[in-house]
Ligand binder design. Sequence first.
Ligand SMILES: NC(=O)C1=CN([C@@H]2O[C@H](COP(=O)(O)OP(=O)(O)OC[C@H]3O[C@@H](n4cnc5c(N)ncnc54)[C@H](OP(=O)(O)O)[C@@H]3O)[C@@H](O)[C@H]2O)C=CC1
Ligand SMILES: O=C(O)[C@H](O)CS(=O)(=O)O
Length: 485
Amino acid sequence: MLQKTSHFLKEANYIGGAWVGADSGETIDVVNPANGQRIGGVPKAGGAETRRAIEAAQEAFGSFRKTSAAERARMLRKLHDVIMDNQDALAELLVMEQGKPFAEAKGEVGMSASYVLWYAEEGRRIYGDTVPSPWADRRIMVTKEPVGVIGAITPWNFPSSMLARKLGPAIAAGCTAVAKPASQTPYSGLAWGVLCEEAGIPRGVVNIVTGSASQIGDELCSNPLVRKITFTGSTEIGKLLLKKSADTVKKVSMELGGNAPFVVFDDADLDRAVQGAIAAKYRNSGQTCVCTNRFFVQAGIYDRFVEKMVEETKRLKVGSGLDDGTQQGPLIDADAVEKVEEFIADATSKGGKVVAGGSRHALGGTFFEPTIITEATPQMRFMQEEIFGPVAPIFRFEKEEDGVALANDTVFGLACYFYTSDLGRAFRVMEGLRYGLVGVNEGVITAVEAPFGGVKESGLGREGGHQGIEDYLDTKYVCIGGLGL
Ligand SMILES: NC(=O)C1=CN([C@@H]2O[C@H](COP(=O)(O)OP(=O)(O)OC[C@H]3O[C@@H](n4cnc5c(N)ncnc54)[C@H](OP(=O)(O)O)[C@@H]3O)[C@@H](O)[C@H]2O)C=CC1
Ligand SMILES: O=C(O)[C@H](O)CS(=O)(=O)O
């Protein structure tokens, strides 16, 4: 482990600027998915600790809301610099707890820094309005104000950047935060406490608690001091949090599950489509909410696409994220491996053919062979369920409208991708697909400059872009009379 990595490896919670354990003294073990070895333990905090964190955030909000946007931008620029100065150490910590290849982890940490820098800039452009008054003797204006204390709950697959795209706009807007990272990957989240200290973010502005998800979540959702919940994770948990937040009418942002289609038309650039397909399927070993879940390939190009996809998939290097050249790390845990095996068994029992991979990798543990299944049909589970692993089902279709209809046949609506060389088709398909994110001839499209989010059961709200800060602001209308005009 790099010397700097141990500097960021905190086995305590960050509340009101202090590093503390759980009231009970209990801890949760954290395991390296590449070798099953225990990395360490983090506090198993609950409702009481969360309440104290919320109260610390509320106290800090009283003064933080009065800082100028320029001052908060300066803090965020410093935070960006501290992240980038420690990119390798933060990436190593991320690989240790989550398993992704070092290059991907370094990219995620870089993305975290980019979100922070983007909102350093956006925070200075929170404009209001002065509106021509309907009354000669009054003036009216509209201002934007920080909502207050926000609760942030993040997943294990991007434990750094998912927190960045919540803390970035929150701090830029003048809010304060209580964050709960995923129990399987708490260290990248706790490291934000160290980063905030070194960036001079005032004590209590950012608080980070680990432990009982339900107890922490219940306190965040029910405590009236918390004015917004921002969540990234499964649709199942998102719906639960939505319900729990209703009693105190909180703002909510939900980045939930996906079921991304990847549609290849006969007129696509085949090499470009396969390159995009590999990236869109196997990033983070298929464990991203925007990974392709279903490939729909038009009949005229199907066989050539399968042949090239198999060739490229078999080239992927599976190994520990810290080994040079690794392109596919382990899955997060044994449950993830069993779920992938269930999807493969279901497909083959219904006529699917495994033409690449299909089994646990020779490395053992939670390593799994990148897998391709052809002759996929809508009767198979992965037509409607998110795989969240390195399995690429390839469906065949005949007409353009059939491809669009199949792509839209899901309750989800996060990311989708399609490849064509025909401009008219590009606009027909782009406008026909019901998704929040659309890649046209591209397989990886996330950017801090663009609003990230889904429609239907993939979520509510947007993160990134100028839109991403709106959810941290309240709009206030002011009417001023008695001016003797
Ligand atoms: N749309 C998007 O941007 C993203 C969506 N996802 C989706 O999330 C899923 C995989 O991620 P995963 O982390 O397993 O998702 P989960 O929804 O299981 O967990 C996400 C977070 O929610 C917490 N949580 C779990 N139960 C509760 C509860 N009752 N109250 C409060 N918090 C709770 C977890 O804590 P703990 O770890 O302690 O259980 C974790 O921090 C996939 O469906 C994926 O598509 C993932 C990433 C991004
Ligand atoms: O959690 C995820 O899957 C991320 O949102 C994917 S991305 O933002 O890194 O594309």
